[in-house]
Design a protein around this ligand. Structure first.
Ligand SMILES: Nc1nc2c(ncn2[C@@H]2O[C@H](COP(=O)(O)OP(=O)(O)OP(=O)(O)O)[C@@H](O)[C@H]2O)c(=O)[nH]1
Ligand SMILES: [Mg+2]
Length: 472
């Protein structure tokens, strides 16, 4: 049996938005005008080519008070009451939407009843609730507050409690992964017969999410390897201005890094099923900063303590010929790209170039100018934190959200703490080993450092997924 849940309610309450978020489907039609959904549409949830459940979008109730009066008059309830209403609404145009929305219930679907808890409760809402109670399908209610208005909530909760097995607050625009799982878990309780199937659905969802985190970690690790090992060369002619060539080569390097990052982020976006709409970053997001900008490094780099620890590891690595002497001086990099005004502005052009250049391995060998592989592990941490931030943004962008002017609480990337701040000494050691391995031209095959690095990132991605803090 594949459980089917029909999303039912008054027009324009956010039914389609709730469905879109729950099913992670951005093809669901949503509009500010009531009556957008006229026909039922079923959205299957497919994981590993297997449909595990389906949600059905329905039109809003048109005549709930009349339907309720008719049901009461007939004295029928349960399946007989439902049949009665279906027959009654079958041939009359004025009941077209009502007839349509009953169809999934005839097939045996359960109900998620959606209300906008930011507006006052009315008689007509009570009629809808009573109607659903008398029909008797397994049901729960979802309070989707379209506005930030709490004054009517208690009245809604009291009323819903009388007609539904359970209710949940669930915001179609802000719900996170954890809140979606929570809602699905709560659905199990609405019907005992469905409990085992829905428990399996929740497990499958969780496994699928873990797999997506694993895949995201793979994408991030390949990005790290690609960028840390990146090497570019330029042939110099005797008449060339060497300083200008150095600047150009560094610009090319910056361009290649940006392109690789964009590709990785697109892959992560697709993995989390954001295919149609542009999930805009908040205007103040640090992700708008250039990867090699001073601000990005200040906010997303290493902590002092981490720098000291990594310094110790690199000391041990000197014998292996690894040059991480520049460790902790990451900010010099921007000076090379000419992007650091103010603090670094006082340095002479030549000196600025030299500082940044050494961190990226910029050097002249005969008539060839080389840059890369990267020499400073700080670059790796800035990259990791940027991709984790992007991940956090993508997973917290609810699919039902279409209004880009609104800024959900969890999208504010203003916090100066970074995701890697809490990584342990052992994890930093792995990072150091990964950095050494990645910056070699040909990474040694079969080493388990990459796997360990991936595991650290997966763990962090799972923590981000379950993070319920309002700000990150
Ligand atoms: N701010 C905010 N707006 C929401 C939320 N949920 C829905 N909306 C908006 O409310 C309007 C109606 O949303 P829909 O999901 O189309 O509502 P519906 O119940 O499916 O409407 P019909 O299909 O017409 O019955 C859209 O403009 C949504 O963007 C929410 O949680 N927050
Ligand atoms: Mg709709």
């Amino acid at each position: 049996m594949i459980p089917e849940i029909a999303i039912i309610g008054h027009p324009n309450e956010g039914k389609s938005s709730v469905l879109s978020t729950l099913a992670e489907d951005d093809t669901v039609r949503i509009s500010p005008f009531p009556g957008e959904t006229r026909r039922c549409r079923t959205f299957p949830i497919v994981i590993d080519n297997r449909e595990i459940m389906r949600f059905t979008d329905t039109p809003g109730f048109q005549n709930p008070a009349r339907l309720l009066a008719e049901l009461r008059r007939s004295g029928e309830t349960g399946p007989a009451g439902l049949r009665h209403l279906v027959e009654l609404t079958a041939s009359q145009l004025e009941f077209r939407e009502d007839h349509e929305l009953l169809q999934p219930l005839v097939r045996g679907a359960g109900v998620i009843y959606v209300v906008d808890g930011s507006r006052p409760l009315r008689q007509i809402d009570k009629a809808e609730m009573e109607l659903l109670r008398l029909i008797g399908r397994p049901r729960m209610a979802v309070i989707n507050c379209k506005r930030n208005e709490q004054g009517f909530l208690q009245a809604w909760k009291d009323e819903l409690g009388q007609h539904f097995n359970s209710w949940r607050l669930f915001n179609a625009h802000r719900a996170t992964y954890a809140e979606r799982i929570d809602l699905l878990t709560a659905l199990q309780a609405i019907d005992q017969d469905w409990q085992p199937v829905l428990a399996e659905v929740v497990r499958t969802f969780q496994q699928d999410w873990q797999q997506r985190c694993r895949r995201s970690a793979e994408i991030i690790c390949s990005l790290l390897t690609e960028i840390l090992s990146l090497q570019l060369t330029h042939q110099c002619r005797p008449q060339d201005d060497e300083e200008m060539l150095r600047t150009r080569l560094l610009e090319r390097y910056g361009g290649a890094v940006a392109q690789a990052e964009k590709k990785a982020q697109q892959q992560i976006r697709t993995l989390f099923k954001h295919n149609i709409f542009n999930c805009e970053l908040p205007p103040h997001s640090i992700l708008h900063e250039d990867l090699l900008s001073e601000r990005a490094w200040q906010l997303l780099g290493l902590t002092r303590q981490q720098l000291i620890l990594l310094g110790l590891f690199s000391g041990a690595a000197v014998g292996a010929g690894v040059d991480v002497a520049a460790l902790g001086h990451g900010l010099g990099l921007f000076t090379a790209l000419g992007s650091a005004a103010g603090v670094f502005g006082a340095l002479s052009g030549r000196k600025r170039l030299k500082t940044g250049a050494s961190l990226l391995g910029l050097r002249l060998a005969g008539a060839e100018l080389h840059v890369g592989p990267a020499k400073d592990i700080s670059l790796m941490f800035v990259l990791i934190n940027r991709e984790l931030l992007f991940f956090s943004h993508i997973i917290n962008w609810a699919h039902g959200r279409r209004d880009y002017s609104e800024q959900p609480g969890k999208q504010q990337h203003t916090s100066p703490d970074t995701f890697t701040d809490t990584w342990s000494a052992a994890e930093l050691r792995t990072c150091h080993a990964f950095f050494r391995s990645a910056r070699r031209t040909v990474p040694p095959s079969g080493d388990d450092v990459s796997e360990q690095m991936e595991n650290i990132i997966v763990k962090t991605l799972m923590n981000i997924s379950l993070d319920t803090r309002e700000q990150r």
